[in-house]
Design a protein around this ligand. Sequence first.
Ligand SMILES: Nc1ncnc2c1ncn2[C@@H]1O[C@H](COP(=O)(O)OP(=O)(O)OP(=O)(O)O)[C@@H](O)[C@H]1O
Ligand SMILES: [Mg+2]
Length: 144
Amino acid sequence: MAESNKMHLETVIAKDDFASAGEASSKVKKTLTMLGVAPAQIKRISVAMYEAEINAFIHGGGGMAYTDVYPDRVEILIEDHGKGIEDIELAMQEGYSTASEEVRMMGFGAGMGLPNMKNNSDNLTIDSRPGEGTKVRMCFNIGN
Ligand SMILES: Nc1ncnc2c1ncn2[C@@H]1O[C@H](COP(=O)(O)OP(=O)(O)OP(=O)(O)O)[C@@H](O)[C@H]1O
Ligand SMILES: [Mg+2]
């Protein structure tokens, strides 16, 4: 497959709609399965993307997910225009969470999303400005 022959996917991450939370990562999971990507790769990509998507939904007020699938890698950008992250290093620590009691009741807020993204991706970069929003980029090498 030529570099220009990549597959591009875009999904809106809705805000305040728990029913549609996780749609972007589940769409990517289906596409990667259809493309014949190895199950172990699909698993780590969908786990990491789900965490980023849920963060954009819960902490960022919704946003967009962009995915590019190349023969050797998958690149994902999750973008929101929410409150941003004040201290990225602190946010990256296991167990750190600012989730509300209401959100914790829904099963989120263990403070494990960012560490999971770090562990499951080959590259993670977070670009965030308080009051402006957050961009999370992840790259996954899938061989070939
Ligand atoms: N997109 C975002 N916008 C604003 N703040 C964020 C965003 N993503 C993460 N954060 C901040 O970083 C903290 C840690 O995120 P992380 O995903 O690790 O844990 P969590 O979302 O609180 O809980 P969990 O992911 O385990 O359900 C969040 O509680 C929040 O304060
Ligand atoms: Mg999270």
